[in-house]
Write a protein of this length. Structure first.
Length: 459
C-alpha cells in the first residue's frame, strides 16, 4: 500500500460542481453556491524557482502550406452519427457523449464500435463501469458479438493511455470518464480533479497517436455533464443524448464541434435490437397526430441545419384554482407565459381563469422563437374549440404588440412541409415576400395575430 507524506503534501478543497478551489473547507461553494460540494484534493508539487521550461521543437510555418482534407475523416458506418460529427470521425479527435442514465449512450458507442470493426478497423472498448461479460451480453442483444471489438476492463488513466499508444486502434471508447483515475491525484474517481486530469491524459495520448476517442459522460440532475465545465473545453466535440424514457425516439445533439457545424442533430429510435436510425424525423414525430382535434398545430422547426415538422399540443380548460396552472413540456415556460399574455391582451382570448397545458409531442425540446406562432395557434384552437386544417403548417416569431416577425431559413422549412404533403404554410409576411412555393403548396404571409386568426378561421 502506497504511503503519502502528509507533511509535504499540498492540498486544496475543490468544488465538485464548478471546480472552484479554496484553501480550506467551506460549507457553501463561493463559486456556484452549491452546498457540501467541496472535497479535498492533492495539488501537484510546485516547480522550483528559476527552473526553465524546455524550448519548443516546433517551428512556425505559413498557414498556406498546412494541408487538411477529408482524408483524415473516417465514416463510422452510422449515417446519423456521421451527420452530427460533420461527416465522420477525425483522426485524433476526442468526442464527449453525455446524457441521462439509460438513455442509450453505451448502446450508441457499442454500435459505432461494431460498425467501425465491420470496416476492418481495430476498435478498443474500455469498460470502466461494467465487466466484459456485461458488455458481451449487450453486444449479443445488438447482434454484434463477433464484430472483432477489443475490450478491456481498466480504470487507470495512464494504463488506458499506454494501451492506446501500443495498440494504435482506429477508435477507442471509454465508458465512462467518471470511472477513470490518475495516480497523480489522491482523490477518489469521479471527483473534479480526477475527471479533469484523466481526460487530459487521454486527450494527450489520442492527439499524439492519431486515435479517435469517445468519452462517455454522466449528466447531473440539472442536465449538465458531471464534472467541471473545463471537461467540455478539453475535447473537440460535445454530443448530448436527449430523450424521454417513455418515448422511443432519441435525439443526439452536437453543441460543440471543432470539425463540423454545431447544433446538428441526429434522430434514433430505441428498439429491442438497439438504436435504429430515423432518416425521416418529421414523419416519425407526426405519426400519431390526431385528425380534427382542437389544440393541435404543426410547427416547422429547425434542428441544426435540418428542418423538422413536430406537433404542438395545447389544452385549455377552466381552472378551479385561484392561480391557474401554466405547464409547458418541451418549450420555454417564460416564453409561453409571454405568448399567453399577448393572446389575452391583443386578441381578447380570456385565459385568466383557464389552465393551459402545452406539450411538444415526441419528447423533442424546442427553444427557437419560430415556435411562437404554432403555440399561439394551438392555444387559440383549444380555447375556442376549433380544429386547424389538417394540411396546414405554422411558424413565426410573435412580438409583444401582436406583430409577426421573420425567422431564418423559411425556404428549407417550406420545402420540408411540401415533402411531407402539407399544402398550406402560414409564415411571417416578410418571409413570404419573394418566396417561391413548391408545386401544390401555398405560402400565406401574416403580419399580425389578427391576420393569423383570419387565415386559420379562429377569429
Amino acid at each position: 500500500m502506497r504511503t503519502v507524506d502528509k507533511s509535504s503534501r499540498r492540498s486544496a478543497f475543490v468544488c465538485q460542481q464548478c471546480g472552484h478551489s479554496a484553501p480550506r473547507w467551506l460549507g457553501q461553494c463561493p463559486g456556484c453556491g452549491a452546498w457540501s460540494s467541496l472535497v479535498e484534493e492533492a495539488l501537484p508539487a510546485p516547480r522550483p524557482r528559476g527552473a526553465r521550461v524546455a524550448p519548443s521543437s516546433a517551428a512556425p510555418q505559413p498557414l498556406a502550406t498546412v494541408t487538411a482534407g477529408d482524408a483524415l475523416r473516417r465514416p463510422t458506418g452510422l449515417g446519423e452519427l456521421d451527420r452530427v460529427l460533420g461527416g465522420g470521425l477525425v483522426q485524433g479527435s476526442v468526442i464527449l457523449v453525455g446524457g441521462d442514465p439509460g438513455i442509450g449512450k453505451s448502446t450508441l458507442a457499442l454500435q459505432a464500435c461494431g460498425a467501425l470493426a465491420g470496416q476492418g478497423c481495430t476498435v478498443l472498448y474500455v469498460a470502466g463501469e461494467e465487466s466484459p461479460e456485461q458488455v458481451r451480453m449487450r453486444a449479443d442483444r445488438l447482434g454484434m458479438a463477433e464484430s472483432g471489438v477489443l475490450i478491456v476492463a481498466e480504470s487507470g488513466a495512464e494504463a488506458v493511455a499506454e494501451l492506446i499508444e501500443k495498440s494504435r486502434p482506429a477508435a477507442v471508447v471509454v465508458d465512462s470518464i467518471q470511472t477513470l483515475a490518475t495516480a497523480a491525484l489522491a482523490s477518489a474517481p469521479g471527483s473534479v480533479g480526477q475527471v479533469r486530469e484523466s481526460a487530459a491524459v487521454l486527450v494527450a495520448a489520442c492527439k499524439a497517436s492519431g486515435v479517435a476517442c469517445f468519452l462517455i459522460g454522466h449528466v447531473t440532475k440539472e442536465g449538465t455533464l458531471a464534472g467541471p465545465r473545463v471537461l467540455e473545453h478539453l475535447v473537440d466535440t460535445v454530443l448530448y443524448f436527449e430523450g424521454d424514457g417513455a418515448h422511443a425516439l432519441r435525439v443526439l445533439r452536437a453543441v460543440k464541434n471543432r470539425f463540423g457545424s454545431t447544433n446538428e442533430v441526429a434522430v434514433f429510435e430505441m428498439g429491442e435490437g438497439g438504436l435504429v436510425e430515423v432518416p425521416n424525423p418529421s414523419a416519425a414525430f407526426l405519426a400519431e397526430r390526431p385528425v380534427d382535434a382542437p389544440g393541435s398545430a404543426v410547427l416547422a422547426t429547425l434542428e441544426g441545419s435540418r428542418p423538422v415538422l413536430v406537433e404542438i399540443q395545447a389544452l385549455v380548460s377552466r381552472s378551479g384554482l385561484a392561480m391557474p396552472r401554466r405547464t409547458a413540456i418541451g418549450l420555454d415556460p417564460g416564453r409561453v407565459a409571454l405568448l399567453l399574455a399577448v393572446l389575452e391582451k391583443r386578441m381578447r382570448v380570456a385565459l385568466h381563469d383557464q389552465d393551459v397545458f402545452l406539450n411538444v409531442a415526441g419528447g423533442l425540446r424546442i427553444d427557437e422563437p419560430a415556435a411562437d406562432l404554432a403555440v399561439v395557434a394551438a392555444v387559440a384552437s383549444s380555447a375556442r374549440g376549433r380544429p386547424l386544417a389538417a394540411d396546414v403548417v405554422v411558424w413565426g416569431e410573435v412580438g409583444l404588440t401582436g406583430e409577426v416577425r421573420a425567422v431564418g431559413r423559411a425556404e428549407a422549412r417550406l420545402r420540408e412541409a411540401a415533402r411531407q404533403g402539407f399544402r398550406s404554410c402560414v409564415l411571417p409576411a416578410s418571409n413570404a415576400r419573394g418566396l417561391e412555393a413548391p408545386n401544390g403548396t401555398r405560402a400565406v404571409g401574416v403580419a399580425t395575430l389578427e391576420r393569423l386568426f383570419e387565415v386559420l378561421a379562429l377569429a
